[in-house]
Design a protein. Sequence first.
Length: 336
Amino acid sequence: MAAADARPGLSLRDRLARAEQGFFVLVITVVLCVAGALTTEGFLTGGNFASLLRLSAAFGILAIGLAIVILGKGIDLSVAGVALGCAQATLAFMSGGMSEWQAILLMAGLALVIGVVNGLLVAYLEVPALFATLATGLLTIGGVDIFLLDQNFYALPPGSAISALSNGSVLGVPRPVLIAAAVFLLAWLFVTFTAPGRLIRAMGDNFATARSTGAPVRPLQMLTYVLSALLALLAGYVTVSIQGSVQTTVTSFDPLLFTALTVTVIGGVSLSGGRGTILGVLAGALFVGVLNNLLILHGLSTAMQDLVRGGVLIAAIALDAWLHPRDEETAKTDEL
């Protein structure tokens, strides 16, 4: 007992690594809001907050799918391609006379196929996820542009089911926020209470240990990519519902992917896998939403905004690397 009492205390890094990063991010977000209120005209208006939350909902949904993949020690760079490509293709089909629900079901099938292909490439063919998913994302964007579109711009028809995703509110809460809240809740329940969700986290925590205990790691990897693709589809529909249209170009692909990655990493989902929470992703979405809003309200140039966002992302990745060193992560032998 005396030996146990003499055990040295945890280091600062260990204490921070064990803490819930989402709470720290929420506190920082509140501080950022206070600073914005004091320095930025129009920040505290109801219309500005409604707009901020609506846009945060779209990339928050995208980040949830990305976070599930990262928790399983993967990465999915195809999410922006799926979101934008499938949304634009849906508008193209509707413009050509196809019924809205037929177009949605067709694109849901395409998203499912992309998720399965990503899973097959990564889990069974062992292609590095970084390259496999980047390729499928670019193939999706390019394939939609070449084979499904005959013009660069399609407007969302008024009165459509997709437009209803962002029209109006319930008890004063914008619909996109309610949709995102439902996704966050379901994702939390999945990761926390279901056997596949817990096994995905365990697989990301220590892949070899999970496999040696009999966990179906390859089907679980495929499941993460399928869920990510389907959530990307939903995020694309929420985005087009808010904006009225989308663009399927690399210049639109990169910012959406960058934002989803930033939300996930800032929210504390470790790129080493197995660490992070849905609460953290929610906090990250709110932080990035407030940051983007303040950058726009201050009238900063696009280049300056990219510089600030890039700095924030690098800082978050550096913090993750310091708190969760890769050699320690891979050496862990925690039981499931």
